[in-house]
Ligand binder design. Structure first.
Ligand code: G6P
Length: 592
């Protein structure tokens, strides 16, 4: 993870880099630092904590070239020593990624006389570059050697003490963009860092090197200069601002009616953009976090309407197991960022077995979007809050459209008009659910220690996401169980007033869940229902209930998740937590 930015231009670089780091904080926020040339030396200022802690120790220098870093600790705890930039000899670097062979390299470099101040892998990479540069002053050749020696993933910005007007950037496995503007040139982990200044950018690809001067950028691959296409970012700055909402998460929850409306208008008018996946013998869906939860819903819908076997896997497991892949398997990769390290590794693994690959991705031009055989963009716009909401909803909806298209072909969808009409109701129905007073309900649970979520099938998968949202931002312990499984052990944890949140949208199975709710209620649970309005339940089943519209199962999940998102948000808000940047988390997980 980690966010990195460099600026080389005509303005004071420090506020530009600090501002860029603030827009990259979603990638990590436990320490930060900057480096710039002061007379003949590279000066480093870095500090543990948030960017505001770094700001408090800045001096009045006004360099026009600067690099910066915001960290999510991997090697070594958050501390000033472990913060980036790191400096060894002639070299100063910031790094996003993990150097896997750093321990053996460190020993070799110690034998050469290098001493290390930090516990990081980055300082080892810095020493390696210094050692190679001492022996060979051709920087492009040094970078080729670095690429051969280092194992793992990295995006580096590098300053050479003997070249005061240049930032070098290399990337292998971790993302980097290079951007041009009227005030100078930028290099950064992601677009929000530079969006205030320009929308024009180049995507640095694996193994490419960028040389960033004040008035030019040059790109190299295998020591030869290459030309790259200048791209234009499609979203505007407004999507990276809070627009009066107290948090990005709240803003992004409220954007759901609009992004869903746009998504449906676009894809229902262009259904040919949703690939026909009926020809495969089996389908795997691979993802992490909330994207995995979206995959669970997708598997249910594709199996139900497409009549194809679908299995869903967590990427960090899939990459190390036997998967029986061949050219008749389709592997679908769901990822908001398109840069999640484990998901990328699985994509490359699937391709090595000749399986066909489909990405469901938000970030245009990201690694998964580029490397998958086909891609469906969910077009959620910038999602800044670490806890995903609108991207998850659109991931779910994308799988609905895959299932819908399959169902038309298999004949398992007969009333397609009703499905389309239900899908089109989503924006209005979500708007209605958003206007509920969640605080009353949140106050009943925010001081509890354990909260349980239950449901069956789709309702279980939705519960998984609801529970994750609550854990991520409110730090309350919560568990999700398939409702029927609770009695095989976990029901022993139910005590007087333990909150149990049940999701009930699936008409075919909700009565079974009701029996399970009765079981926990009999043991004192305080029950909350998220219930489709047409499902009949006895009056005293729920202590509190939120009713949602009576939509088809291809449409209902993006609606049913909204009260759970709002409940998690409101609980975290009552507890006063930093909702957009929850502790220990990062939005884009670019390390294994
Ligand atoms: C992190 C984020 C989650 C996200 C997961 C997968 O854990 O905090 O919100 O679901 O990564 O990310 P991706 O970008 O692949 O969807």
């Amino acid at each position: 993870m980690c966010g990195i930015i460099g600026y080389n231009g005509v303005k004071n670089a420090i506020p530009i880099v600090i501002n860029g780091l603030k827009n990259l904080e979603y990638r990590g926020y436990d320490s930060s630092g900057i480096a710039y040339f002061l007379q003949d030396k590279v000066k480093i200022i870095k500090e543990k904590g948030r960017i505001k802690d770094l700001e408090s120790i800045l001096d009045s220098s006004k360099p026009t070239l600067c690099i910066g870093h915001t960290r999510w600790a991997t090697h070594g705890k958050p501390s000033r020593e472990n913060s980036h930039p790191h400096q060894v000899g002639m070299i100063t670097i910031v790094h996003n990624g993990i150097i896997e062979n750093y321990a053996s390299l460190k020993e070799k470099l110690k034998d050469e006389g290098y001493l290390f101040q930090s516990e990081t892998d980055t300082e080892v990479a810095c020493a390696l570059i210094d050692s190679l540069y001492k022996k060979n002053k051709n920087k492009l050749e040094v970078f080729e050697d670095v690429k051969k020696i280092l194992k793992g993933s990295y995006a580096f910005l590098i300053l050479f003490a003997d070249e005061k007007d240049t930032i070098y950037a290399i990337r292998e496995g971790s993302p980097l963009i290079v951007a041009t503007s009227s005030i100078g040139n930028f290099v950064a982990s992601d677009i929000p860092a530079i969006l205030e200044y320009t929308k024009n950018y180049y995507l640095l690809l694996e193994g490419e090197i960028a040389v960033i001067k004040q008035d030019s950028v040059h790109f190299f691959q295998d020591k030869k200069e290459i030309q790259k296409e200048l791209l234009t970012f499609q979203f505007d700055l407004a999507s990276a601002k809070k627009d009066g909402y107290s948090h990005f998460m709240l803003k992004e929850i409220h954007e759901q009616p609009t992004v869903i409306q746009n998504f449906l208008e676009y894809y229902l008018d262009n259904l040919e953009l949703i690939p026909d996946i009926s020809l495969y013998e089996k389908i795997h869906i691979v993802a992490c976090g909330s994207a995995y939860h979206a995959g669970l819903i997708g598997s249910f819908l594709i199996e139900k309407y497409g009549d194809i076997e679908v299995e869903v896997f967590i990427a960090s497991e899939y990459r190390y197991k036997k998967n029986f892949l061949n050219e008749n398997t389709l592997v679908i990769f769901i990822s908001q960022s398109g840069e999640t390290a484990d998901t990328i590794a699985c994509l490359r693994l699937a391709k090595s077995y000749q399986a066909k690959t489909l990405g469901i991705v938000n970030v245009v031009g990201s690694t998964i979007a580029r490397e998958a055989d086909q891609v469906i963009y969910i077009n959620a716009g910038c999602e800044i809050a670490v806890a995903t909401t609108k991207a998850y909803t659109l991931q779910v909806l994308t799988t609905s459209l895959l299932a819908y298209k399959l169902g038309l072909k298999t004949g398992l969808i007969q009333d397609s008009e009703k499905i389309l009409s239900d899908l089109k109701k989503l924006p209005d129905e979500i708007q209605k659910i958003l206007s509920i007073d969640y605080e009353k309900l949140a106050k009943k649970i925010y001081k509890k220690h354990d909260i349980f979520f239950i449901g069956r099938l789709l309702d279980y998968y939705l519960s998984e996401e609801g529970s994750l949202k609550l854990k991520e931002i409110s730090y309350l312990h919560s568990e999700t169980y398939p409702a029927g499984e609770l009695k095989h052990g976990t029901i022993s944890l139910i005590e007087d007033k333990t909150p149990v949140i049940a999701v009930l949208t699936d008409e075919s199975i909700y009565e079974k869940t009701i029996s399970n709710i009765k079981e926990v209620k009999a043991r004192g649970a305080y029950t909350i229902g998220i219930k489709r309005e047409s499902l009949e339940v006895e009056e005293n089943i729920f202590d509190d209930v939120i009713e949602i519209a009576n939509l088809n199962d291809l449409a209902i999940s993006p609606l049913a998740i909204v009260p759970l998102q709002m409940l998690a948000y409101t609980v975290a808000n009552l507890l006063g937590y930093d909702i957009d940047k929850p502790r220990n988390l990062a939005k884009s997980v670019t390390v294994e």
